[in-house]
Structures are given as C-alpha cells and as structure tokens.
Design a protein. Structure first.
Length: 382
C-alpha cells in the first residue's frame, strides 16, 4: 500500500477490520484524522499522543457520537497496527479542523511527555514572580526532576531569567528564606515592579513577597494628606515607598533591623524619587521609637506577623497623644482567625493604658500553611 495514499480504515472490532484504500483528491486544508466513537476518545487521544501523531495545532472536534482527532501525518502501517490492537472501532481519513487558539505554553504542555502522570499532578501550581525571578516549591516526589521543571519554567515564561526553589521556610529575625537556583542565571537579585514603583531586592538577603501586593495598595489608599506614618518592619520598602509615591505631604519613617533590607530600601527610595518623604532607619523598632519617634505618628504599620504582638506597646508609644491608626498583622491557626486576632490585639492595647476606639476592618490576607492564615486588623486607637 503506498504511504502517500489517503487511507480509510473502518472497523467494528479488530477482527472485522476492513481496509479501503482510496486515492481521492483532498483539499490542502484537510488534515489527517482519527475518528472514534466518543466512548473511546480518551484512549484514542492517549494513543495518538504516544505515537507522536497528535496534532496540537488543531482542535479535537466532536460531532454527534464521534470524536475527530487531528493527526500530524498519515499514520504508518505500524501506527495502524497499534490502532487495530487498541481501539474497538475507528476510521482514519482526513477532516477539516479549526485551528486551536494559540495560548501561552504551559508547564504541563512541556512536561507531559517527560513525566509520568502521577508526577504531573504534583507539579507546582503556585509560582511567585518577583521581577525576572520565578519562585516555586518543589514537592519531595519531584526532587529528582527539579532541574527539568526549572528549564520548563524558563521555556514557558520568556521574561523569567532565574528559577528558584524554596529550600526552607521563611525564618530568623530578618524573615528571609533559603533558595536553590534550579535553572537559569545563578542569581537572587532582581528588580520588581508593583503599583508603578520599582523595587530592587536580593531575595536571599531581604524579605519581599509579591503576595502582599494588595495589602500594600489597600493600606496606601487609607493614608490621608499630611500624615506621619511609621512603617515599623519596612523590609525593602513596599508600604513606605508606595505611600510616599501616592500621597501628598506625608512623612514616613521606615525602620528595619536587617542592614541588607535598609541598603535596598535606601536604593528604592532614590529609584522612586521619594527621598524627601521617606526616612530609612536601621535598627530595632522598639529602640528606634523609644529613642527618636515617641508620640509622632498618625499611623503605624506592623507587618511582622510572627511577633508583632510583642511590639504593640511600643507602637502605642509612637502614636500621637490623641491616638491614631494601627495596621496590625499576625499569623494564626485558630479556628476563628479574625476574632482571635482582634481579641489578642485588643488585650495587648489594654495593657498599654490606651484603648481600642474602633476596629476599622479585619481580613484574612492569605493562607500561609494548611489551617494557618496571615490576618490583618486595622484599628483606631485612642
Ligand atoms: C515580614 S517582613 C515585612 C517587610 C515589608 N513590610 C514587606 O511588606 O515586604 C518583616 C521585616 O521586619 C524586620 N524586623 C524583624 N524584627 C525587627 C525589629 N525588631 N525591628 C525592626 N525590624 C524588624 C525584618 O528584617 C523584615 O524585613
């Protein structure tokens, strides 16, 4: 049988296979096709994929009770034998297909033929993009494939130059995490854009999370003209710099105990042209407030969810005598996270001799682990 002939195979069952060869003229737009009853669709698609025959440029079509599967070429004898052995009923012919909308290549598209199905389901779903760096968590069962996954991420994200795998939890006083470079340029420094600001950061040396982007803008939207703000745990400056950029006539004291965070904060203050509004201060927030910033603030940001509670007293000391607003963050695994955070904060405020005038809002910022959340309480303190 000549290989260039269009071939039509009809079969009810493999034993009754009929082969009809025909040499009809077919239009160029027609594509080789495998037609199967719908019930055999999944098996036929898997088989076409296995034989490297599945044509991904076109959409698989369903007409009445049949699926039309586009093929990359007319099947060879060896392919037909596989069809015969595996499918109860099928036809090979040509068909006009519509083109698949071109979507960005996904990780699974690149890896589906390289990884077993039980490994494909474990592929990381959550990827953080900070500038041109992608950060993933590689589950233990994919540890041996992490470089392959990293390369696939580079292939599917043209703007990514480095892929980092988390190799530990966020920890220590500076709240940094260890990373392993699994693909691309061996580098943890990048420049990230958020809400029209730019942030230079070295992810191995200072904390930064793109997952807090909404919080940065939510708090900024509340700041009023003329306010003095203390960002007690400022990191590389995502709250301070955005507030300075968006609000008029504000004064912001941005404190952090991590020298690298302050080095990047100073660089970011310059890069965003907010030198006149933001004062970066290196040191422990308690000590800095007690020495220099007692009674000055209209608003305090306490984004140190692990132990902000221990600094509520000094936050109250930093507020003006008339009071002001505190944005208090904490991690909780309590069954009722918002109520728990509000009560803990209220208790801590009472210990200082001040009082809670009003809870303006409490919300869950994000889940940080199973049954653990980061929550925020915005409160007016008298
Ligand atoms: C969770 S990060 C938040 C950074 C920043 N607010 C953000 O949204 O990206 C907490 C920061 O607090 C700093 N920090 C921890 N203890 C501190 C302290 N006692 N005084 C000042 N900064 C502190 C850490 O170095 C870290 O940069």
């Amino acid at each position: 049988m000549p290989q260039d002939a269009s071939i039509l195979y009809l079969s009810e069952a493999p034993s009754k296979l009929e082969c009809i060869e025909y040499f009809g003229v077919h239009r160029l737009s027609e594509t080789p096709c495998l037609k199967v009853p719908k019930a055999q669709g999944e098996k036929a698609i898997a088989l076409a994929r296995k034989l490297n025959l599945l044509n991904r440029d076109f959409k698989i079509q369903r007409l009445e009770d049949h699926l039309y599967i586009p093929l990359t070429q007319k099947p060879f004898r060896v392919d037909l034998k596989e069809f015969k052995n595996n499918l109860l009923e099928y036809e090979v012919s040509t068909h006009e297909f519509s083109e698949r909308a071109r979507h960005a290549l996904r990780l699974i598209d690149v890896l589906e033929e390289k990884l077993a199905p039980h490994l494909l389901v474990s592929l990381p779903h959550a990827v953080d993009f900070v500038g041109d760096v992608a950060i993933v968590e590689i589950p233990p069962e994919l540890e041996n494939y992490k470089r392959m996954i990293g390369e696939a991420m580079l292939a599917t994200n043209k703007r990514v130059s480095t892929v980092l795998a988390k190799s530990g939890a966020v920890g220590g006083v500076y709240r940094v995490r260890k990373f392993e470079v699994i693909a691309g340029v061996d580098n943890t420094k990048t420049v990230h854009k958020e809400h029209g600001c730019i942030f230079h950061v070295d992810l191995a040396k200072a904390y930064f999370s793109p997952r807090l982007s909404y919080e940065h803008s939510r708090i900024t939207a509340q700041v009023k003209q003329g306010e003095t703000v203390i960002d007690m745990f400022a990191g590389v400056g995502p709250f301070s710099i955005l507030i300075a950029k968006k609000c008029t006539n504000v004064k912001i004291y941005a404190i952090d105990v991590n020298p690298d965070a302050i080095r990047y904060l100073k660089r970011n203050v310059k890069a965003n042209n907010v030198v006149a509004k933001v004062t970066p201060i290196l040191g422990d927030a308690r000590q800095i407030i007690q020495e220099k910033l007692s009674g000055v603030a209209d608003r305090i940001i306490m984004n140190l969810p692990e132990n902000a509670i221990e600094y509520v007293d000094v936050a109250c000391e930093a507020l003006q005598t008339k009071g002001g607003i505190i944005h208090y963050y904490e991690f909780t695994n309590a069954p009722n996270p918002l109520e728990t955070a509000k009560n803990r904060f209220d208790e801590a405020i009472k210990q200082t001799g001040r009082s809670l005038e009003k809870i303006l809002m409490a919300r869950t910022v994000r889940a940080t682990a199973p049954y653990t959340w980061q929550v925020v309480v915005d409160a007016r303190v008298r």
